[in-house]
Design a protein around this ligand. Structure first.
Ligand code: SF4
Length: 419
């Protein structure tokens, strides 16, 4: 049986897309391999939302072309956000690719493979966390963002489709399901919104951990904390890309909320009955960001202890975005100012790591083993947040009761396995 290797770059949404691509390949008689050297076909599922992601994708493409040239008859497929953002204009350079298809677009792959696949995610052997996509695209049009250009306007999937995929993932042995979309909290159906959907999933599969990703602050569901109190298997985790807290920068970003609104939400998180772990995303160096704006953000991140993880990015002027078209004459913070601001955020993040490690030390928590030596607790998402480092080898895919014995590097924790 010919073998295919999938390389997934970028976010968990791409992982969900890769599962669909893998499904097409399997249907057409390809076996998925974990070793690229064994592969006869390589599919690169790219990311392209900011320049560093584009650069990483381009580098992977160069390596893939070199891989293809090493053996005749190897097949190379380019998929995902890079061709979504920069469609082939015929100017050359992509001749080595046998097929180019956009983000999550399985129809071209099916056509290429001459098959029609059944709907639904393909079993991904040994994968403990799976991702369930509830929508595609985004209609928020934040001024800095390329996603609406790459993935188009938001289209929610129906509850029937989502629940059917959740059933497949549960039957395939998923221990955790991450709910993904560009803006998950805005998802709606005639039966209800995201809280309704989460409660359906949590009640149907009480053994599975559900984690909601990418909560746009404007669409944060007012009943979310109540939902967390009702369902132990919905992770007490809030992944909120707030981006900034200065009103003038938020306005310029096209984010329809204020710093005060964010502070009110975070006050709620801190006062929640169930302990909440918050992951935030920030942009610094945005056009017009002054030291005063930045200091406001720095003060905010040091103030709220519920913040467990901070992902801070410098602003990238991306062609095609609203901000790029403004051709701003307003002062863009210089490289050294941006780097020093990122460092200051990094220092605040380190303080949070120390705070959380001290707070959790001695606590007994459930940890889902991702590998024989590493796992993650309810408070942290796998791959992107802090891991728990076990003191002995365990069986991946199982949940272990562990005593937290302290912090290690960054937000990682050491964990003594009790059972
Ligand atoms: S909500 Fe997120 S994906 Fe949508 S436009 Fe804004 S930053 Fe981009």
């Amino acid at each position: 049986m010919p073998e295919a290797f999938l390389l997934t770059l970028g976010c968990p949404k791409n992982e969900a897309d890769s599962d669909s691509f893998a499904g097409c390949l399997k249907k057409a008689g390809w076996q998925i391999t974990r070793d690229i050297l064994d592969a006869d076909l390589l599919l690169i599922n790219t990311c392209a939302f900011i320049k560093p992601a584009v650069d990483e994708s381009l580098e992977a493409m160069d390596q893939a072309i070199a891989w293809k040239h090493k053996k005749q008859s190897r097949v190379l497929i380019l998929a995902g956000c890079l061709p979504g953002r920069y469609p082939d204009d015929g100017s050359g350079g992509l001749e080595d690719f046998d097929l180019i298809t956009g983000p999550g677009d399985t129809s071209r792959l099916e056509e290429y493979l001459s098959i029609k696949t059944a709907e639904g995610p393909e079993p991904a052997e040994g994968r403990i966390t799976r991702y369930l996509k509830i929508s595609e695209g985004c209609s928020n049009n934040c001024a800095f963002c390329t996603i609406p250009i790459i993935r188009g306007a938001r289209k929610d999937r129906s509850p029937e489709e989502i629940l059917r995929d959740a059933k497949d993932l549960a039957e395939q042995g998923a221990a955790e399901i991450g709910i993904v979309g560009q803006d998950t909290a805005i998802w709606k159906s005639s039966s209800g919104g995201i809280s309704w959907l989460l409660s359906q999933l949590a009640a149907a599969y009480p053994e599975i951990w559900f984690r909601l990703y990418y909560i746009h602050p404007s669409h944060y569901p007012a009943d979310f904390l109540t939902l967390l109190e009702k369902h132990e298997n919905i992770m007490p985790y809030i992944d909120m890309p707030i981006q900034h807290v200065s009103d003038r920068i938020l306005k310029r970003m096209g984010r329809p909320y204020t710093g005060d609104y964010i502070r009110e939400l975070f006050d709620e998180f801190e006062n929640s009955k169930r302990r909440i772990s918050v992951r935030i995303t920030l942009i610094t160096g945005y056009p017009g960001e002054t030291e005063v704006d930045f200091t406001r953000m720095e003060k905010f991140v040091t103030q709220y202890r519920c913040i467990r993880t901070i992902a801070a990015f410098p602003y990238w002027p991306e062609e095609g975005t609203i901000e790029f078209a403004r051709q701003s004459t307003e002062e863009i913070p210089g490289e050294s100012a941006v780097q020093s601001r990122l460092m200051r955020i990094g220092e605040a993040a380190e303080e949070h790591n120390v705070f959380w490690a001290e707070m959790l030390e001695g606590e007994i928590m459930e940890v889902l083993a991702d590998t024989p030596l590493l796992g993650h607790s309810r408070l942290d998402a796998p791959s992107v947040d802090g891991a728990c480092c076990f003191d002995r080898i365990v069986e991946p895919g199982n949940i272990f009761s562990c005593r937290i014995t302290g912090g290690t590097t960054g937000s990682d924790l050491s964990a003594e396995v009790l059972q």
